[in-house]
Ligand binder design. Structure first.
Ligand code: PLP
Length: 347
């Protein structure tokens, strides 16, 4: 066990661990999950994943609680979502049981890399699923590989928690078509937003907010996290089939009434940003990232800003966002009562 790892300065990034868990769907059935220290998978270069991108993935965290016990946060929801994503591309998926077993095995095999409670870091699990049989014809994969890997991660960006950041609205790059794949966690959704994200970063923005592709008038989500806002005592978040159903967002909607907030899942026109009290992104990596300003431009490449929505201040996170964050993390780390039975113990 390496006691010397300093988790306090870690970003949300890849850090090596000891083992991964692999299972294969071949000849019509899944092999028993195997724990291995060989991270270099051997695949035929004709494997579908290398050209037509039959691939989906998940992301969840294992936390060491204040009581020393290890918790996974709502892993069954990730299992269900992976099954949905795979079904969208007509690919075999592991059962909920196999998914859970592989995640448990992965945490246990890498237990020495589970950051200590005090560090605020966690072991991020990355289950992935992809087509592996050699193919040239355009078909859904016959053989599938399921891998659960992990990385001991800090908070996204490595910055101070709950420090508000800026964002820009994307009008000339879309994330997901109205009747497309946006509601499924596909690798392809990420590949196609890389260029826009790089541009946004180059222009000085931390986040990129995508709109609906049919009208470019409604808020959808960020590249890898959902959008939420607080307005007149309500937690509001977009209702759209091309938004990825975030488990963090779902959990925040369940927690919001504890703080007297109503929950509204509905269409949110861009103009409404002028009247929100708080806004932020939410997802497993950050839980909540507050936003203090959202710029609107004709084109991402432009230096001219058409209008700026100022929400709160760069110095301070809004109070509901902060309360929701602490309640959520409190449950994940065993500091607060898990009234919803969201945590699954690994030990
Ligand atoms: C994974 C993901 C999210 C966040 O989902 P969580 O379950 O909260 O981690 C949001 N948007 C997109 C596009 C995603 O891929």
């Amino acid at each position: 066990m390496d006691q010397k790892i300093d988790y306090s300065k870690r970003a949300f990034a890849y850090y090596p661990t000891d083992a991964i868990v692999v299972s294969r769907y071949v000849d019509g059935k899944w092999t028993a999950p195997e724990v291995t220290d060989n991270f270099n998978l051997t695949l035929n270069c004709f494997a579908g994943v290398f050209h037509y991108a039959p691939s989906c993935f998940e992301g969840l965290k294992a936390y060491r609680g204040c009581d020393g016990r290890i918790r996974l946060f709502r892993p069954l929801e990730n299992a269900k979502r992976m099954i949905r994503s795979a079904a969208y591309i007509d690919m075999e998926a592991p059962s909920e049981e196999l998914f859970m077993e592989a995640c448990m095995l992965c945490v246990k095999a890498n237990i020495d890399y589970l950051p200590p409670y005090e560090s605020g870091a966690s072991l991020y699990l990355r289950p992935t699923l992809f087509g592996m049989n050699p193919q040239l014809g355009i078909n859904s994969p016959k053989d599938v590989m399921f891998v659960v890997m992990s990385s001991g991660v800090g908070t996204y960006g490595g910055g101070k928690l709950l420090t508000p950041t800026n964002a820009v609205i994307s009008r000339n790059y879309d994330r997901a078509a109205t009747h497309g794949s946006g509601g499924y966690k596909l690798g392809a959704n990420y590949a196609q937003s890389l260029h826009a994200y790089n541009l946004a970063h180059k222009m000085g923005y931390r986040e990129l907010l995508f709109l609906d592709t049919a009208t470019h008038s409604r808020i959808e989500e960020f590249g890898s996290s959902n959008f939420f806002a607080i307005k007149d005592g309500a937690y509001i978040t977009p209702d759209s089939t091309s938004v990825l159903p975030s488990i963090t967002n779902m959990s925040l909607r369940e927690l919001a009434p504890e703080f007297g907030l109503r929950v509204e899942r509905r269409v949110i026109p861009v103009e409404e940003l002028a009247s929100v009290d708080e806004a932020g992104s939410c997802g497993t990596a950050v839980v909540i990232n507050p936003l203090y300003r959202i710029d609107d431009k004709k084109r991402l490449e432009d230096t001219d800003v058409v209008r700026s929505f100022n929400i709160g201040t760069p110095e301070k996170c809004g109070r509901f966002s902060e309360m929701l964050y602490h309640r959520m993390v409190g449950i994940q780390k065993g500091l607060e009562e898990d009234t919803y039975n969201w945590c699954v113990f690994v030990d």
